[in-house]
Design a protein around this ligand. Structure first.
Ligand SMILES: NC(=O)c1ccc[n+]([C@@H]2O[C@H](COP(=O)([O-])OP(=O)(O)OC[C@H]3O[C@@H](n4cnc5c(N)ncnc54)[C@H](OP(=O)(O)O)[C@@H]3O)[C@@H](O)[C@H]2O)c1
Length: 314
């Protein structure tokens, strides 16, 4: 089978497609033929070595945290018959993932059956970012109807799900986007979209209860100008410095910094199924064949997708 791997940290030129043996499932695992896998910024943060403190220096390493596929075999300890089912799920260790390959083995608890109305490509694009959006808004911000939220970078993988979750909670939403992302953000429930290439959202009289910062370009030191006295700033890409800073900062300020470290579980997959059954919209921006996976990473790193970029397997 074909598998995407790398043997040293670096840009996309370190990526290689290699031949490997099809794995054998352990007693609690399923073997699935992968049909689609989602691309996430986490993938190139791992590949670049930005997260070396967690990912270490042991190679080869693999990419891809979320997938969909068809179960080919199941381990003896699995009690329900799941062979032949269309499933989606997440890799057990998001810091040492590996969904970008033709076959994978994962624990039964990491997968769930895809609703009939949802395609493999859509299912592979919902797991990491929709779960993250849900955790950010409901658990970290504990958002309540009527509160105001700024979603900075609302047309990307996480942003389009955040818009729908915020709308369901009846939040007063403002989003930032650019180009074609502006119209899509409106279509996904954002009544006020600021074109960040024309207007600086920081130069505004508006003050928000919640800021969900998805662009990687608005640090808390800037965002605090447009926060209420008691409000929440969500950082989805915490590093050691921001972890230490937030602990001390939060002791003395009403403007809280919350760090997003999403937890994935069977319950979260069930939540996604529930949302999909209630017409959650999943925007697939572009589908690449697995043979073009390296090009897909190059393009996605240069330009954020509107929604998700997905790799499709034969
Ligand atoms: N902690 C966790 O558990 C977790 C889970 C998932 C994701 N994340 C993180 O969350 C972040 C967002 O993820 P994503 O998948 O949504 O990424 P993405 O698809 O690349 O989206 C980023 C968005 O930021 C926008 N943007 C770029 N420059 C901007 C600026 N100057 N002002 C405002 N918006 C700007 C982009 O818009 P354009 O289209 O105009 O460029 C795009 O919509 C990433 O850092 C990711 O690693 C964390």
């Amino acid at each position: 089978m074909k598998s995407l791997m790398f043997e040293s940290y670096g840009n996309s030129s370190v990526l290689k497609i290699v031949e490997e043996n099809i794995p054998i499932p352990a007693k609690n695992e399923v073997l699935l033929k992968v049909k689609a896998a989602g691309i996430n910024p986490l993938d190139w943060k791992i590949r670049n070595g930005d997260l070396k403190i967690m990912t270490g220096n042991k190679f080869p390493k693999y990419l891809g945290c979320e997938f969909s596929g068809i179960v080919e075999k199941q381990g003896n300890d699995i009690t329900d018959n799941i062979v032949g089912k269309r499933i989606f799920g997440y890799m057990p260790n998001t810091m040492a993932p590996g969904a970008m390959r033709e076959y994978i083995c994962v624990p039964r608890s990491n997968v769930a059956v895809i609703p009939n109305s949802v395609s493999f490509e859509e299912a592979a694009g919902v797991i990491i970012t929709c779960t993250a959006a849900h955790q950010a808004i409901t658990e970290l911000a504990q958002a309540k109807a009527g509160q105001s939220i700024l979603i900075n970078g609302c047309s990307g993988g996480l942003g389009l799900f955040a818009l729908q979750i915020a709308k369901n909670l009846q939040l007063k939403i403002t989003g930032t986007a650019s180009g074609d992302g502006i119209a899509i953000a409106k279509e996904f429930g954002c009544p006020t979209v600021i074109d960040y290439k024309k207007t600086d959202v920081l130069v505004s009289n508006e003050k928000y209860d919640i800021i969900l910062e998805l662009s990687g370009r608005m640090p808390f030191s800037q965002a605090k100008k447009i926060m209420q006295d008691k409000s929440v700033f969500i950082n989805p890409s915490p590093d050691l410095g921001s972890i230490i800073f937030s602990i001390f900062h939060n002791l003395f300020s009403g403007k809280k910094i919350k760090l997003l470290m999403t937890k994935y579980s069977q319950e979260k997959l069930n939540l996604l199924i529930d949302l999909m059954n209630k017409n959650l919209k999943i925007k697939v921006n572009k589908i690449y064949p697995f043979s073009e996976v390296i090009k897909a990473y190059q393009e996605t790193e240069i330009k954020s997708p509107i929604g998700k970029n997905i790799i499709k397997f034969d």
